[in-house]
Design a protein around this ligand. Structure first.
Ligand code: LLP
Length: 385
């Protein structure tokens, strides 16, 4: 971690802010948003912010300055995005299990698009829209059968996953859409997974999208937009070396391999790549305890504040920002929760660590605070900006 940031974090803790808390570096966030916009603007691509990655209300005004679209996956997210200034015409609503009242809410707000995931969902949206006297704009979320080569819990683009409409269903889905007078088909939606660090799956996705759009073109269907989802990964190992993902390479790949028809727009829904690196979970060492084969550093933060290591065995860089001793010792860094999976890292090399030291768990801006819980009746984690 850069020295000035470490100093700032010490100041925050010494001013009385109780650990654990999330700290967000808004200057890095702004530089990241700027980089994403500068790259995507070159090609006229449209960006949506995937609210599920982090919906901290203090960050949304800054995000909205750069990105006016919002990707939502629940009625509450749709309402929250709208209340926080994302205009209806930028809001898209995805998810395999949209409830009737969530659909009504989105219809009443006249959002840009429902990303539909099944035949039955399309039928329900048709019924709800007819009842409310509205027309629903939809995109079909297609399961492209592309392997994102990421953790299997965050892979979404394979037939075995619950997401999207399979290619072999397209003919019957299209007949259904044509029979629905309160539905307008506007586009296609794809999302193959998250924390994707190789561009190869995205190239395969582009080629698959070209095939699918040709299929529609052959049936004289004009699609206003294509949405390639999100998923661009971040560098968890070296957050300081690569604080901002390589948006140029990412967007230029789509420009190169995805064939857009005239007037057709390409949309993206980015979460982690925009917000991941700007957040750290800040915690204090409660105890250092000798184990049989290892020493445990026991933090006041646990899986209730950041569940990713327990749930996906994910790596987050862990730093002791109170000590810069050169002699590194391996520790198992764990939380206080009554679960063995409440472990942030095994054999983490840290300088000699003692009670009261401040620990930063890096790259926790995405899917950190939003996935926090009150398990063990703990207080919900705070945040500082
Ligand atoms: N669009 C759709 C339809 C999605 O399902 C997601 C994420 C995104 C966009 C944004 O993906 P991103 O750019 O953030 O990768 N909790 C997991 C990640 C779950 C991702 C869910 N969907 C984690 O902590 O790694």
């Amino acid at each position: 971690m850069k020295n000035d940031l470490a100093l700032k974090l010490h100041e925050i803790v010494h001013s009385g802010v109780k650990t654990p808390f999330y700290y967000y570096d808004t200057s890095l966030l702004e530089r990241t948003l700027h980089a994403a916009r500068a790259s995507s603007d070159q090609y006229g691509f449209v960006l949506h912010y995937a609210l599920k990655a982090n919906s901290n209300e203090s960050l949304l005004p800054l995000i909205r300055q750069w990105i006016s679209g919002a990707d939502c996956v629940s009625g509450n997210e749709v309402q929250f995005a709208f209340n926080n200034g994302f205009p209806s015409e930028g809001i898209v609503f995805a998810g395999v299990g949209k409830q009737d009242d969530e659909i009504d809410l989105a219809l009443n707000l006249d959002i840009a698009c429902f990303n539909c995931e099944s035949a039955e969902e399309i039928e329900v949206i048709q019924q709800r829209a007819a009842r409310l006297g509205r027309k629903a704009r939809i995109a079909l979320r297609i399961n492209p059968g592309v392997d994102a080569k990421t953790h299997h819990y965050i892979t979404t683009g394979l037939e075995e996953n619950k997401f999207g409409i399979n290619l072999w269903e397209l003919e019957s889905i299209l007949d259904l859409v044509n029979s629905c007078d309160h539905i307008e088909l506007k586009g296609l939606h794809f999302h193959i997974g998250s924390q994707i660090t190789s561009l190869q799956p995205y190239k395969s996705l582009c080629l698959r999208i070209n095939e699918v759009t040709t299929w529609f073109e052959n049936r004289n269907i004009r699609l206003e937009h294509l949405n390639a989802g999100g998923g661009l990964g971040i560098n968890y190992q070296h957050p300081d070396e690569e604080p901002i993902p390589d948006f140029n390479t990412f967007f230029s790949l789509f420009h190169r391999f995805l064939r857009l028809r005239s007037g057709q727009k390409l949309h993206f829904e980015l979460g982690r790549s925009l917000i991941g690196q700007c957040g750290s979970l800040i915690s204090k060492v409660l105890y250092v305890k000798k184990g049989l084969h290892t020493n445990f550093v026991i933090l006041d933060a646990g899986m209730t504040e950041l569940i990713r290591p327990a749930l996906y065995q994910s790596f987050h860089k862990i730093e002791n920002i109170s000590s810069n001793g050169a002699n590194l010792i391996p520790y198992d860094v764990v939380g206080p929760i009554c679960e063995s999976s409440d472990c942030f890292g095994k054999a983490v090399f840290l300088p000699e660590t003692k009670r009261g030291d401040i620990i930063a768990i890096r790259s926790a801006g995405a899917y950190g605070e939003v996935m926090a819980s009150r398990y063990n009746l703990r207080n919900l984690v705070r945040s500082v900006i």
